[in-house]
Design a protein around this ligand. Structure first.
Ligand SMILES: *[C@@H]1O[C@H](CO)[C@@H](O)[C@H](O)[C@H]1NC(C)=O
Length: 333
């Protein structure tokens, strides 16, 4: 009996290791975006610009959408430089506030398709983060984040879906955040908008997969972008200490993974060990992309729940310590 259990245990450990390796390094055939039209919102900086540059390198026609015309101009010339074949590939930009009015977004994207061709891949990267405890978050900032992070993404997707369904091909990427898998001190507004994107992604994946349109939800950790630098300004000490555990990644790495995962039709796209742990732990009722992913998640979930408890306890410690230090400082004043 003991021998049997030992063999079973060793067998599952080996199976888990094989599946992790397969999950991290093996992907099926990637779709090609050469000569296809790729639209990137938030494409003038950060992760969005890196995605646009990679798409240009892979031979796509690229349109970037953002608000600031100057940033768009300079990003456009960078993207032109990156094109594989500058004689054929087209690069365009659209100055548009995607969170304002759906009618405006729909009309702009329809007009864009007339000059640049049907949109094959829509990568939603436009987003912003303003931190603060709930009592310090102004309703203006809350609405601003809902408009850009959630409504902007929803509007762009809603506008492109009918055409993708009728042509029976397409790829949609939503850029959310690891803060879509757990709520964190100081992120009440931001995290809410990013959780919303997960609900959106899961719903449309179910609606669109039968029509040969794939949906990918990108969940980056803190990324070294201009947007992150601004976010740091509003960040409570607790939030900084809690997210310090995960470190900072490069936008190039996030973009590279995003494109690979989207072109192989994976639902979750993430980088780093925390990303793997979080998406495995929180897979719940999310779509699975392969049998091996499903088996791996089933085998690891229970164990990772215990790991998550250690993290949660350490976060509570951080918050209590910050409170104590503030109390002390107040008393000594
Ligand atoms: C599904 O889309 C891919 C490109 O994304 C295309 O190559 C393939 O032919 C499509 N399949 C069907 C059944 O339309």
């Amino acid at each position: 009996m003991g021998v049997f259990l030992g063999v079973a245990l060793a067998g599952s450990v080996v199976l888990i290791i094989i599946l992790i390796i397969k999950q991290l390094f093996w992907r099926g055939r990637l779709k090609s975006i050469a000569n296809k039209h790729v639209v990137v919102t938030g494409g003038s900086s950060g992760i969005g610009k890196c995605v646009a540059l990679l798409a240009a390198k892979q031979g796509a026609h690229v349109t970037i959408i953002a608000r600031d015309v100057q940033k768009l101009e300079s990003a456009k010339s960078e993207i032109l430089q990156a094109c594989r074949n500058r004689d054929i590939q087209k690069v365009e930009y659209l100055s548009l506030d995607i969170g304002k009015s759906y009618e405006n977004v729909e009309k702009s994207l329809n007009d864009l398709e007339k000059t640049m061709g049907p949109i094959y891949m829509l990568v939603n990267c436009a987003g912003t983060a303003i931190c603060g405890k709930i009592e310090d978050t102004t309703t203006e900032n809350l609405k601003y984040m809902i408009d850009i992070n959630f409504l902007g993404t929803y509007y762009c997707i809603k506008a492109v879906v009918p055409r993708m369904k009728s042509t029976k091909e397409g790829i949609i990427v939503l850029t959310s955040s690891q803060a879509a898998l757990l709520g964190v001190f100081g992120y009440s507004a931001y995290s809410s908008t990013k959780f919303a994107l997960r609900g959106l992604a899961e719903s449309i994946a179910m609606e669109l997969n039968p029509h040969n349109v794939s949906v990918t939800l990108c969940l980056p950790p803190d990324t070294d972008t201009p947007g992150f630098a601004i976010e740091e300004l509003s960040k409570p000490l607790e939030t900084k200490l809690i997210s310090a555990a995960a470190g900072l990644v490069n936008p190039e790495d996030v973009a590279d993974q995003l494109i690979k995962d989207a072109l192989s039709g994976k639902f979750f796209s993430t980088v780093g060990m925390e990303g793997f742990i979080l998406t495995t732990l929180c897979a719940g009722m999310s779509p699975f992309s392969s049998l091996s992913e499903l088996i791996l998640q089933s085998l690891l979930m229970g164990l990772l729940r215990l790991v998550s408890a250690c993290y949660l306890i350490s976060f509570q410690r951080i918050i209590l310590n910050c409170m104590k230090t503030r109390d002390k400082n107040k008393k000594s004043e």
